[in-house]
Design a protein around this ligand. Structure first.
Ligand code: COI
Length: 394
């Protein structure tokens, strides 16, 4: 009991956001020997007693290391979403017939937490991620979550794992919420049981040497998604559909593929797993959200910033021929991908049907650089947040 009280004090200090809501401290269960458990409101938190060593800040990479705890919540048809809990990070046990393995009912999100120069823990537009999570759930026939409850859980987990926030320029704590169909059975239908899991990974800047332009291959055989399909949902199948194309072009020295639409293979959709923008003759264009394109949070933020800066920006259909013509006429000034992981990823060249198009002299364009500096500055609390995008974890 003394140990538990001591642990509670540690947590009262760490889990500042829930300090006043600690209700019960339960005793350690026989099955949980070596762990401490407590209930906070309807949340229970079981602490690990085997903390992992933290990786060096310059060795992080992306998604290689995971923190000591994770968040779980279950869904059953009769109870709805229930039993929100934070437990030690570790393997989960699922029936081999769990429906996610067979029919792919899965959705996920990606967000980052940052520490500001004032020491505050902040998120970037988490409301958008949670709205999109529910949108993805809707498309995949998965019951939607209460966004406020999930955000509260993410904040609790972050507060508990704060010491995992990596030091170092460009580093952050990546947050991966996902939902899987856990019901056992091979019938093809919506599952009646699901689990929501949130894991945290200390990550480095996507490009350690800072942003640098990448070589892109315009994909002519495979498509990522079609309108009416799942392209605008964040679901694993969309990423699985892109892996072979990506691997094929990697071996030819390209970083990623530029995806064309699935019907005419004519209009630009995304680049790799990012949204894509082009600066043509002083105007910025990005493919309009047409049902097969993911509504990126970074995409939306870039559009807002450009409008604030008075840079003309349009969401519309863009054909690969138009880009090729613009390039021939010397009007294709910049191209870049946008996403949570890389933020802004400049495109240095695109290869389409044997033609190489060099963009911005193969360098990072001025607008791409300004967007990167501004967005990362806002995210890290180093710049004024005139849109109110930062969200304080406590
Ligand atoms: C992102 O750019 O954030 C992505 O969606 C890629 C992620 C799946 C690693």
């Amino acid at each position: 009991m003394i140990i538990i009280e001591t642990m509670l004090l540690i947590n009262e200090e760490r889990i500042g956001i829930v300090k006043d809501r600690v209700k019960i401290v339960s005793s350690v269960r026989e099955s949980d020997k070596g762990k401490e458990e407590m209930n906070m409101g309807n949340w229970s938190i079981t602490l690990t007693t085997a903390k992992k060593a933290k990786p060096a800040a310059d060795q992080l990479g992306f998604g290689k290391y995971f923190t000591d705890h994770m968040l779980l919540m279950d869904y059953t048809a009769d109870q709805g979403w229930h039993d929100p809990r934070i437990v030690p990070y570790g393997p989960i046990s699922l029936d081999p017939s769990a429906m996610v393995f067979h029919y792919g009912q899965e959705v996920f999100e990606g967000m980052k937490a940052y520490r500001t120069p004032q020491g505050e823990l902040v998120l970037f537009r988490p409301d958008m991620n949670l709205r999109r999570l529910n949108h993805s759930c809707e498309r995949l026939g998965i019951p939607q979550v209460d966004p406020e409850e999930v955000l509260e859980g993410i904040c609790r987990l972050l507060a508990l794992e704060e010491e995992w926030m990596p030091e170092g320029e460009g580093n952050s704590l990546y947050i991966r919420p996902f939902i899987i169909a856990t019901e056992a059975g091979l019938g093809v239908r919506a599952a009646e049981e699901y689990r929501l899991i949130v894991i945290l990974s200390p990550v480095g800047a996507y490009y350690r040497e800072g942003i640098h332009p990448v070589r892109i291959y315009v994909e002519d055989r495979y498509v990522r998604a079609v309108r009416g399909g799942t392209g605008e949902a964040k679901t694993s199948g969309n990423y699985a559909a892109g892996i072979k194309a990506q691997e094929d072009v990697k071996s030819l020295g390209f970083s990623q593929v530029l995806w064309l639409d699935g019907i005419e293979k004519k209009y630009i959709e995304e680049v790799g797993s990012m949204n894509v923008f082009f600066k043509i003759g002083g105007e910025v264009v990005t493919p309009e959200l047409n049902g097969s394109i993911l509504a990126g949070v970074t995409r939306d933020s870039v559009i807002h910033l450009l409008r604030e800066w008075g840079v003309p920006v349009k969401e519309r259909r863009i054909s690969i021929e138009e880009l090729f013509e613009a390039h021939k006429e010397g009007k294709l000034e910049e191209a870049f991908g946008t996403g949570t992981a890389a933020v802004i990823s400049p495109i240095g060249s695109m290869t389409w049907e044997g033609h190489d198009m060099e963009i911005a002299g193969g360098q990072t364009g001025a607008l791409s650089a300004k967007l990167y500096e501004t967005l990362t500055g806002i995210q890290r609390g180093e710049r004024e947040d005139s849109f109110g995008w930062r969200y304080s974890v406590r």
